[in-house]
Design a protein around this ligand. Structure first.
Ligand SMILES: *Cc1c(COP(=O)(O)O)cnc(C)c1O
Length: 398
């Protein structure tokens, strides 16, 4: 392969592989080698690569109308708003083009909520190890000091707490009357696949109700079936005030959404927020199609069953492995926490097992397979990971 990366900013440490074609959970490189995709473009292509219905809709809409402007009514945007709000129990939607932008919209809602309540310096509670994006506001909300280094001054107005710790929230509530909102991921993805307890989510809901705070769930990664429910909030039996979506919503076509209900849905007035591309007919029609397919195919329930199969398989196949500290997850969002740094496993998995994985927080293998995988593909992911990790067990015992 030619090295044409000379003119790309060095934002990514890239693997020396490029895919030219995909189908479902499979990918092919230029040499025709076949790979099994266990990351789905980082939780994006949940319905698989080159999904034929989505491809057809993209072509048809491109031949009809791509973009007008939010100066005008957009029929597909209105339909998507109705469909998503119905699905999530929300009242109103704002559409944009990425997860970071959707979180920006949520953060602006929280600030407006504070402004309406005449809180001079509103505080938003955020969590350790959180990931909300790379814009300055979402980077400031994220809990990864390494990724924040070099970008000072960060945005003020965030108070960081340990994740899954209700007492920490209660203490903060007593000390800081300026708190107006809580922003968190119901399962931390980049943070190493940490699953919030149902009780924690319920207690947050109660605290937010009692104190008039907005409960804002960043479901950019967990939303739309990934965790075995339409939204991970369902595992806690709660509905947030603000729900943030992106990744899987367009199955690879860029789109983000910030949904809100109750008072939070009424905060934004004309002129207070906007996006040129956000909510264009193409993106919204694709997202409507994604949701139609997910509903028709029972994708959330499928993810729950396949996720259980993946967890069971990994726990069996890696039982007693000296390097494995924990195997955890929810639905098809699974992490294998290792004892030592293991970022080199991404390249080894590609080269030796023809398997796409990611490693987050240096020590956690993260698996986010497409939700349309079949059982044989889930079993193949397990088998390839067990083979990948076998030499490490020998190195340790040697
Ligand atoms: C990926 C991700 C984001 C950022 O989304 P972008 O589309 O990359 O801006 C935000 N929050 C969570 C939880 C994510 O997983």
């Amino acid at each position: 392969m030619n090295d044409n990366t000379t003119h790309l900013m060095a934002a990514y440490a890239r693997q020396p592989v490029s895919f030219v074609r995909g189908r479902g959970a499979r990918l092919w490189d230029a040499e025709g080698r076949e790979y099994l995709d266990a990351i789905a473009g980082v939780a994006v292509t949940s319905l698989g690569h080159a999904q034929p219905e989505i491809a057809a809709v993209i072509a048809e809409q491109a031949n009809t109308l791509l973009h007008t402007s939010n100066v005008f009514r957009i029929d597909w945007q209105e339909r998507l708003g109705q469909c998503l709000c119905g699905l999530a129990g929300m009242d109103k939607a704002f559409f944009c083009n990425s997860g970071a932008e959707a979180n920006e919209a949520a953060l602006k809602l929280a600030r407006l909520h504070g402004y309406r309540r005449q809180v001079a310096n509103p505080l938003i509670l955020v969590m350790e190890n959180a990931f909300h994006g790379r814009s300055l506001a979402t980077l400031s909300a994220s809990g990864n000091p390494a990724k924040q280094q070099g970008f000072a001054p960060l945005l003020p107005g965030f108070l960081r707490l340990p994740y899954n710790d209700t007492d920490a929230v209660r203490t903060a509530a007593r000390q800081h009357p300026e708190i107006v909102a809580v922003l968190l991921e119901p399962v931390q993805g980049e943070g190493g696949i940490r699953v919030a307890d149902a009780a924690y989510l319920q207690q947050l809901r109660e605290l937010c109700d009692a104190r008039g705070w907005l409960l804002m769930l960043d479901e950019v990664q967990t939303g739309l079936g990934r965790t075995g429910a339409w939204f991970a909030a369902e595992h806690g039996g709660i509905t947030p005030d603000v729900l943030i979506l992106a990744k899987a919503l367009g199955n690879g076509f860029p789109i983000g959404a910030c949904l809100a209900r109750g008072g939070a849905a009424e905060l934004i007035a004309p002129g207070q927020h906007g996006s040129t591309f956000g909510g264009n007919p193409l993106a919204c029609r694709v997202a409507c199609t994604v949701i139609d397919i997910m509903a028709r195919e029972g994708i959330p329930a499928r993810a729950a069953a396949l996720g259980q199969r993946l967890l069971n398989g990994l726990r069996q196949g890696l039982a007693g492995h000296p390097e494995v500290l924990a195997i955890r997850g929810q639905g098809l969002m699974v992490g294998i926490e290792l004892r030592h740094k293991c970022t080199e496993l991404v390249g080894r998995a590609l080269a030796e097992q023809r398997l796409l994985i990611t490693v987050t927080r240096d020590r956690v293998i993260r698996l986010l397979p497409p939700l349309i995988c079949d059982e044989a593909q889930i079993d193949a992911i397990v088998a390839r990971l067990v083979r990948l990790l076998a030499p490490i067990a020998k190195e340790i015992s040697a």
